[in-house]
Ligand binder design. Structure first.
Ligand code: URA
Length: 237
């Protein structure tokens, strides 16, 4: 495994940062400073960063959790509120959530012990599509839909064009599927607020080609081999 990936997959930093650390002489392999960024780490090599031996997670773990509303996306909480980690407590590897969903948003959350994968999924350059199902108050007019599709100002940031599809519409509420490529804080809620609509319910149903499907709320599943291959393919781009 290439040195930068080895360091990143230990959850220490990004691959780019790992390259910088290597160049600056902070990395040792088998006791010797290693400045060769392209070094291929072999079985039995001991890699140190800043004097600390690091080991990438023995095994890459990557799961999809159907996060319920009311738990927070964090590895711990000073106020002792329920976190997503309470739902995956039986996994021995040190996994962590990739990006975040608000406490009151449900749906698809990826957790992994692979720092490089997490960086890739959240890096804007990959433009990973995130698909949400949102129930908003009242009727959503065509004009508002057009504005959301074009991009709206959510306070110092204009969103990229979004894909939007109305699934259900009554006088009281409209359910839509909205697909965005950025991951700004509370972005979907802020987008609807920008066109004068309040989100009543929000659920993430897909990240790229990874679908929530019929996974029950509060449960998780491992990514399939095909889904992992899809993520590796994007990483190479
Ligand atoms: N947009 C939101 O408003 N909330 C989320 O949790 C995710 C996207």
């Amino acid at each position: 495994m290439r040195l930068n990936r080895y360091i990143a997959s230990a959850g220490l930093c990004s691959r780019r940062k790992a390259d910088a650390l290597t160049e600056n002489g902070n990395v040792k392999v088998n006791g010797f400073v290693m400045r060769e960024q392209g070094y291929d780490v072999k079985e039995g090599d001991v890699v140190e960063v800043d004097g600390r031996v690091i080991r990438p997670a023995d095994k890459r773990v990557c799961i999809v959790l159907n996060k319920p509303k009311g738990c927070i996306t964090s590895v711990g909480d000073a106020q002792n509120r329920p976190t997503v980690m309470d739902l995956v407590g039986d996994i021995p590897e040190r996994i962590f959530p990739v990006g975040r969903l608000d406490c009151d948003t449900a749906g698809l959350l990826i957790l992994t012990n692979d720092g490089a994968l997490s960086q890739m999924l959240t890096h804007p350059k990959h433009k990973i599509r995130k698909t949400y199902r949102a129930k908003v108050g009242g009727l959503l007019s065509d004009a508002r839909i057009a504005r959301l599709r074009k991009g709206v100002d959510i306070g110092g940031f204009v969103t990229s064009p979004a894909e939007l599809r109305v699934l259900r519409q009554t006088e009281r509420a409209t359910t839509v599927e909205i697909r965005i490529i950025e991951g700004k804080n509370r972005q979907v809620r802020r987008m609807f607020a920008a066109v004068g609509c309040k989100v009543i319910e929000l659920e993430r149903v897909a990240v790229g080609d990874i679908l929530l499907g019929r996974l029950k709320e509060g449960y998780y599943r491992k990514l399939t081999r095909r889904e992992l291959a899809y993520l590796d393919e994007i990483s190479r781009k």
